[in-house]
Design a protein around this ligand. Structure first.
Ligand code: 5RP
Ligand code: FE2
Length: 226
């Protein structure tokens, strides 16, 4: 698969109409990945969908899937999403028993392996294992719900991670998720993010294609300045 170049815009279908999913996926065809939030009502206090639904989303999506697992025991469940054919599978560091082994299993199956950290989780522990991952997701809200406000206090952590990635010459993608909009994407891009999840800012727009293009343009301009 040819991978999309940065800056990547991944609409979160958490903000889509769940009973019109096929049409909602068609509306984001010009974006880079469809971001799929899997929540188990245990790791986070909200519930979305599981592997059966993700398999149907995968079958109908015009663009590859970026699965964000907000679940307990990803060591047990994450490989199933890679088996379905998701291009990228991201699990939470806080929930994983053995993050490096799990990332290796995901890659062996053929998915990109991602690890996510909540706003309060330090990132330094990942520095020595950057090469084990294809994507690091720095959450910019507390995971669980769409439509929350962006937390600017996560930016120093992202900036430090981006510096470390550059220093090590790593190719890992740096993703942000939560509260990303026209008003916040520039800060995140300037701090070093190259992959941007946006739910309400995209599905809440009158013209989705224009919203995707605008977010991408803003991120590109800000990353050059950052
Ligand atoms: O992982 C998530 C929440 O846990 C979602 O991907 C995120 O919240 C996207 O929604 P919005 O852009 O509306 O904040
Ligand atoms: Fe997400």
């Amino acid at each position: 698969m040819d991978l999309p170049r940065a800056p990547r815009i991944n609409p979160s279908i958490l903000a889509a109409d769940f009973v019109n999913m096929q049409a909602e996926l068609a509306r984001i065809a010009t974006a880079d990945f469809a971001h799929v939030d899997v929540m188990d009502n245990h790791f986070v206090p909200n519930l979305t969908f599981g592997p059966q639904m993700v398999e149907r989303i995968q079958a109908t999506s015009p663009i590859p899937l970026d699965v964000h697992l907000m679940i307990t025991d990803p060591d047990r469940w994450a490989p199933e999403y890679a088996e379905i054919g998701a291009a990228s599978v991201t699990f939470h560091l806080e929930a994983a028993a053995d993050p490096v082994s799990l990332a290796r299993r995901l890659r062996d199956i053929g998915a990109r392996a991602g690890v996510a950290i909540k706003p309060g989780t330090p990132v330094e522990g990942l520095y020595s294992v950057l090469e084990e991952f294809d994507q690091i997701l720095v959450m910019t809200v507390e995971p669980g719900f769409g439509g929350q406000g962006f937390l600017p206090e996560t930016m120093p952590k992202l900036r430090a991670l981006a510096d470390e990635v550059r220093r090590r010459g790593s190719q890992v993608w740096l993703q942000v998720d939560g509260g990303i909009s026209d008003a916040t994407i520039e800060q995140a891009a300037a701090a070093g993010a190259d992959t941007f999840v946006a739910g309400s800012a995209i599905y809440g727009a009158d013209d989705i294609e224009a919203a995707v293009t605008r977010l991408r343009d803003r991120a590109r301009a800000a990353s050059l300045e950052g």
